[in-house]
Design a binder for this molecule. Sequence first.
Ligand SMILES: [Zn+2]
Length: 223
Amino acid sequence: MQGPDSAELRAAREQLVSYSARLIGDGLAVGSAGNISVRIGNVVAITPSGIGYHEMRSADICVIALDGTELDVTEEPSSETPMHLAIYAATAAMAIVHTHSPEVVALSSARRELPGIHYAITGLGGPVRVAAYVRFGSAGLAEAAVAALADRRAAILRNHGAITYGSSIAEAYDRALLLEWLARTYRLALCYGDPRLLSAAELAEVAAEMRRRGYGVRRGHES
Ligand SMILES: [Zn+2]
């Protein structure tokens, strides 16, 4: 297990502070809403609850074991810590971003899923499900999020927000931006009437072509 003072954990604390500030600048959250975590081995570093992102310091980041044991905690951990831990237990996630981004929240109140409005949705695993409404911070919300994430890297929480994960905080964060962009694009398309959506076969074709081209894999890093 990583010690709370390892170099990796120190780097994770810094990353969490800088990405938290980006949440506000990119319009994905306001105040202290939303939360971000990173997994290092059996340890999770997560943003604290109720601290404005502009005031947050790396020492405020909470370090918790995957089983929920508090290892290095000076502030109250995020109220959605149970949801983050449940997602780490159920998926290959190494970082999770939870936002209250407005396009996603608006869509969540009116739709059961974000459909294939653009082929970039294959980066999230396909059309994004909207999980049933459950109160914030509850075990039920953690369960609903995990169920909605099956075969996906993103899920929408009804009347609440978005969840994305990735193999790094950069990837999870880019997916949060992509999800918000797709929700906005879908809303704009609805202004024209009844938008054409990509079929499951068309999305499968895109996913196959992306794999063939090795998208997301840098040259020289194929192995
Ligand atoms: Zn939330």
